[in-house]
Design a protein around this ligand. Structure first.
Ligand SMILES: Cc1ncc(COP(=O)(O)O)c(C=O)c1O
Length: 387
């Protein structure tokens, strides 16, 4: 019996696999310092939890409309204007089971066999595999030696087969946040191309040096092919609730909604109600937690600077530090092997650059308590020096 060739090319999510390994080591009695997880360590706000409980009690336990109920889509449209100054009607919004599912359905809706999609490294773990699952080819622009990507770097990888371009600001794993001037330049470049633009803005509330701005606000000329992706996982510490959404052109909305109707159908009604409470409260609901993350970023970079010995990208947003370990890799060791060794020998879990299209790097999540953060960085430094 044969299996799907297309799906057989896909790798299980390496960050989730690493997290499972770290948890198994923990269960067998080891103290593991886990910096591999992509989720905030603080809880979902209690007003959100209370709303879910009240809605459950009130019987919001039946199917809801595919693609999201009207109240939640209305609240998201309002939020997009309030926080991002971009206008979408509730009909231009689709809600699904996490931004992950929404992105998957966007790629399935946009792409045909052999189409190419440009990603810039380092990039989030699932884009490339989702694109492959849709029959298309991820084309990864490598991470430049001297700072963020430039237009000429991107142009080298453009081809007549390019169908879409993926943007992610603030970026997982590098913490880069697009500047307004670069976004304008990028917008002018993208305006000359006939590509779909998929813009993943899921870390928008975690921009520490300057506030996140939606690229569409700066480049309104891209509106007819701009697909904005966001979700509740990071903004409101709701990773386990599984809610994400897109806003975009009617033809894309129709296909994504159709896919939702044949797959997960809808998100639960009580979760929709809780999301309305979260999104209406907005970023001020999370201000203390975000301030804590900002000070942890300072602690992480100060500790790295004090210890010295390796380069890293100074994060401007999200909650990761991306560390360049290429000089520590000897005897053809890869960063994937290094991350396995760090976990097995030193009980330190950090995601390898292979997961983000840039081997030779490690991603450290600083969404952990301060003591663990400092202890872990010191342990990493010691381990890397020994290698
Ligand atoms: C850049 C980026 N996009 C999308 C997602 C998916 O988020 P979720 O499916 O939890 O909404 C993640 C999660 O780690 C992410 O880091």
């Amino acid at each position: 019996m044969t299996l799907s060739k297309r799906i057989s090319t896909i790798q299980p999510s390496p960050t989730l696999a690493l997290n499972t390994k770290a948890n198994n080591l923990r269960k067998s009695g080891h103290t593991v310092l886990n910096f591999s997880v992509g989720e905030p360590d603080y809880p979902t706000p209690s007003i959100v939890v209370e709303q879910a409980i009240a809605s459950l009690r009130a019987g919001r336990t039946k199917y809801t409309p595919a693609g999201g109920g009207p109240e939640l889509r209305q609240a998201i449209a309002h939020k997009l204007m309030r926080d991002n100054q971009v206008q979408f009607s509730p009909e231009q919004i689709v809600v699904g089971i996490g931004a992950k599912e929404i992105l998957f359905h966007i790629f399935l809706s946009l792409l045909n066999d052999g189409d190419e999609v440009i990603l810039t490294a380092p990039c989030w773990v699932s884009y490339a595999d989702q694109i492959k699952a849709a029959g298309a080819i991820p084309v990864i622009v490598p991470i430049p030696e001297s700072g963020p990507i430039s237009i000429s770097d991107i142009e080298k990888y453009a081809s007549p087969k390019t169908k879409a371009f993926v943007l992610n600001t603030p970026n997982n794993p590098s913490g880069y946040v697009l500047t307004e001037s670069f976004t304008k330049e990028l917008g002018q470049y993208l305006a000359t191309k006939n590509w779909w633009i998929v813009s993943d803005e899921i870390y928008e509330y975690m921009a520490f040096d300057s506030p996140h701005f939606c690229p569409l606000k700066v480049c309104p000329e891209l509106k007819s092919r701009y697909i904005l992706v966001n979700g509740f996982s990071k903004s409101f510490s709701m990773t386990g609730w599984r809610v994400g959404y897109m806003a975009g052109p009617a033809e894309v909305v129709a296909l994504v909604k159709s896919l939702q109707s044949h797959s997960s159908t809808c998100i639960p009604g009580f979760i929709e109600d809780a999301c309305v409470v979260a999104i209406n409260a907005g970023p001020s609901l999370m201000a203390d937690d975000i301030a804590k993350l900002r000070s942890r970023r300072e602690l992480a970079v100060q500790t790295l600077d004090q210890l010295g010995g390796f380069k890293y990208i100074r994060p401007q947003g999200a909650y990761y530090v991306y560390i360049d370990v290429r000089t520590c890799l000897k005897n053809e060791k890869t960063s994937l092997q290094l991350s396995e060794e760090l976990l097995e020998k030193h009980h330190l879990a950090m995601a390898p650059g292979e997961a983000f299209g840039s081997p030779g790097w490690l991603r450290l999540s600083y969404a952990v308590d301060e003591k663990t953060l400092v202890e872990g960085i010191k342990k990493l430094h010691k381990a890397l020096i020994q290698i």
